[in-house]
Design a protein around this ligand. Structure first.
Ligand code: N01
Length: 589
């Protein structure tokens, strides 16, 4: 293992030479330059080495984790077991990630709360009470805060800190991580826990700065309640965020105009309070439920695998099945009704048509219903939103659907939104326009290696990873739920726990064997990327213009990013890789 102190010496000079006007409690002014004073020197230490750990300066770590959402929090908790010096850097002023930022009205998880929660601590899962079947954002954030307190995580999380750059030095095997405030930290390992949907995107409409009213993005919602009472509101976007926001804002606003470019499928959540009996029963069987979840493609228990193809059943029989699913609620259970729903176009069309019939039945104005009926993608090939009264909301007299498919928005004006057909005046505009998904938050950071490698260059044609966990040429960087892993196609917390547990084993191995550098092998990466694409191409997923393929970002390369073979299969592959001495990776001393 490299000498961590050597890394420190180099950094001392880098600080002096390149960021001379940086000041913090670890630095003192000396003329116009600032010099670090607090480096300790030890020889030949490795990650977690006691000598290094006790003597290392405040800004030198074994591991820096970027992000304090569910991934970052669990990473910190687990790596403490290895007695590593871990620092988590978080842009927000609190934990929770997605659930910290997405505070829009109606925000609710589409995975049931008894499943969408950590499984690593039985005490935690026994003591925590989820009030509703599908948890609302404030309850999930409360849970994240409870976890942070219960496991004393905050002392190793630095809030209000956005990472701007990360550079790996091949001489010292050390990452230097720079923040937007000019702070520099060094660490042997850099773990990206920066989330898949964490870089919100407001389309670059002409004139946004001219708008005199207030505007909001669902993914960056204010902490205080936004009161739309008596207001004229326009909302752009009918993805999962828009579909959840629209019914709630419609109840408050004087009038709501919904600007829809592409009609979306949605199914009812049928959310309800959880009865004490249901909770008690689930808690008594938590262990079995989690074990069962781990054997499913999406990390959720309670849904037996389907045994039939859609067209094996008669139309009448299918109708009974989908009617039952529709009335029971849930999107995963809906799509998991048959084996071939996401593989076979005819099978999918039968199901898509069931939902279109529902839309036509619910929405009273036939013309509005027709505009709301999706006709450009197969159901489930875009994330299937889960709603409460979404289609019903279009029956309200204070809601107007504006079809911008053929009459697009041309600009935001002082007064509101102008399309090719007219201008609409608003007091507030909501952008439910999504995220630069899966790669956005990672590529927002300038990630480089001293040999000249730049991640933005490497991924300019689309992300390339080995197992979604690392990318060749960028040693000692690990990604949690990265592109090429099941991530967003599963219960995210199950996916996070699987990744973090695997990373824990890897870092334990690295520490025990005194390795300095861990890197994905380029050949293994290429094979993995090919496999991810082959699996995707055997489904209908890549056909949709979804954020899974980056279609929502103009100019983003069209690559299907998640691994859709299922979390169960993926877990087996990762375990095999580890069992075979980390096949496809180069571990060096
Ligand atoms: O974003 P989206 P989201 N002009 O990208 C429209 C997760 N999530 O924030 O389809 C006009 O899906 C765009 O139109 P089009 C979940 O995984 C989970 O809603 O590109 N319209 C679309 O209608 C989800 O999939 C939960 O034609 C423009 C919308 O904006 C993911 O987050 C809740 C436009 C964007 O939809 C992202 O969902 C919420 C433009 N220039 C979110 N640009 C739950 O757990 C974009 N649009 C329940």
């Amino acid at each position: 293992m490299y000498s961590a102190s050597y890394c420190a010496v180099r950094h001392r000079w880098e600080f002096v030479l390149f960021i001379g006007n940086y000041a913090s409690q670890n630095h003192v002014a000396w003329g116009s330059l600032k010099i670090r004073l607090d480096y300790a020197y030890t020889q030949n230490s490795s990650i977690g080495d006691t000598a290094m750990t006790s003597a290392a300066p405040a800004s030198q770590y074994d591991v820096v984790v970027i992000g304090a959402g569910f991934a970052g929090m669990y990473t910190l908790h687990r790596l403490r077991e290895l007695k590593l010096r871990v620092k988590v850097l978080e842009a927000g002023d609190g934990v929770g990630g997605t659930w910290y930022w997405n505070r829009y009205p109606g925000a609710r998880c589409d995975v049931e709360s008894l499943e969408y929660s950590y499984s690593f601590s039985d005490d935690l899962q026994q003591e925590w009470e989820w009030p509703e079947r599908f948890a609302v954002q404030p309850d999930i954030l409360k849970y994240a805060n409870h976890v942070a307190d219960r496991f004393d995580l905050r002392r190793d999380i630095q809030f209000n800190t956005r990472v701007k750059s990360a550079t790996f030095d091949r001489q010292t095997n050390c990452w230097t991580i720079g923040t937007t405030t000019g702070e520099m930290l060094s660490a042997n390992f850099c773990i990206m826990a920066s989330g898949n949907l964490s870089l919100p995107r407001v389309p670059d409409f002409k004139g946004l700065n001219n708008f005199k009213g207030k505007w909001y993005h669902t993914g960056q919602w204010p902490h205080e309640k936004v009161d739309f009472t008596g207001k004229r509101v326009g909302i752009i976007g009918t993805g999962a965020s828009g579909i959840q926001t629209i019914p709630v804002v419609a109840k408050e606003a004087k009038h709501l105009h919904v600007f829809q470019r592409t009609a979306n499928f949605s199914v009812p959540s049928v959310n309800h309070k959880l009865s004490p009996e249901v909770v008690k029963k689930h808690k008594a069987n938590y262990k079995q439920a989690r074990a069962e979840a781990n054997k499913t493609p999406f990390g959720i228990s309670g849904y037996p695998p389907p045994s039939k193809n859609v067209l094996d059943d008669s139309e009448a029989d299918r109708e009974v099945i989908f009617e039952k699913k529709w009335n029971t609620g849930g999107n995963i259970s809906f799509l998991y009704s048959y084996k071939d729903l996401l593989i076979n176009k005819d099978a999918n069309e039968a199901v898509s048509e069931f939902v279109r019939r529902k839309i036509r039945t619910i929405v009273k104005d036939a013309k509005v219903a027709q505009i709301l009926c999706p006709d450009d993608h197969y159901i489930g090939t875009k994330r299937l939103p889960l709603d409460t009264d979404y289609f019903e909301t279009f029956n309200r007299p204070n809601v107007t659907l504006v079809n911008i498919k053929n009459a697009p928005i041309v600009e935001i004006t002082e007064k509101g939104i102008k399309t090719t057909e007219g201008e609409y005046e608003f007091d507030a505009i909501i952008f439910a326009t999504g995220f630069d998904a899966m790669t956005g938050a990672i590529m927002d950071i300038d990630i480089q290696v001293t040999d000249g490698a730049e991640l933005r260059k490497k991924w300019s044609g689309g992300p390339k990873t080995y197992l979604g966990l690392m990318t060749a040429g960028f040693p000692n960087m690990l990604i949690i739920t990265g592109p090429g892993s099941p991530s967003v196609k599963t219960n995210m917390i199950s996916a996070i726990e699987q990744h973090v547990d695997w990373i824990f084993d890897l870092l334990k191995h690295v520490k025990d064997k005194q390795y300095a550098r861990v890197e994905a092998d380029l050949d293994a990466e290429e094979k993995w990327v090919k496999h991810v694409n082959e699996v995707a191409d055997s489904t209908l997923y890549p056909l949709a213009n979804s954020w899974y393929v980056g279609a929502n970002i103009p100019g983003k390369p069209r690559i299907f990013m998640p691994y859709v073979a299922g979390l169960d299969k993926y877990r087996v592959i990762c375990d095999q890789v580890a069992a075979e001495g980390y096949r496809g990776m180069v571990l060096a001393r």
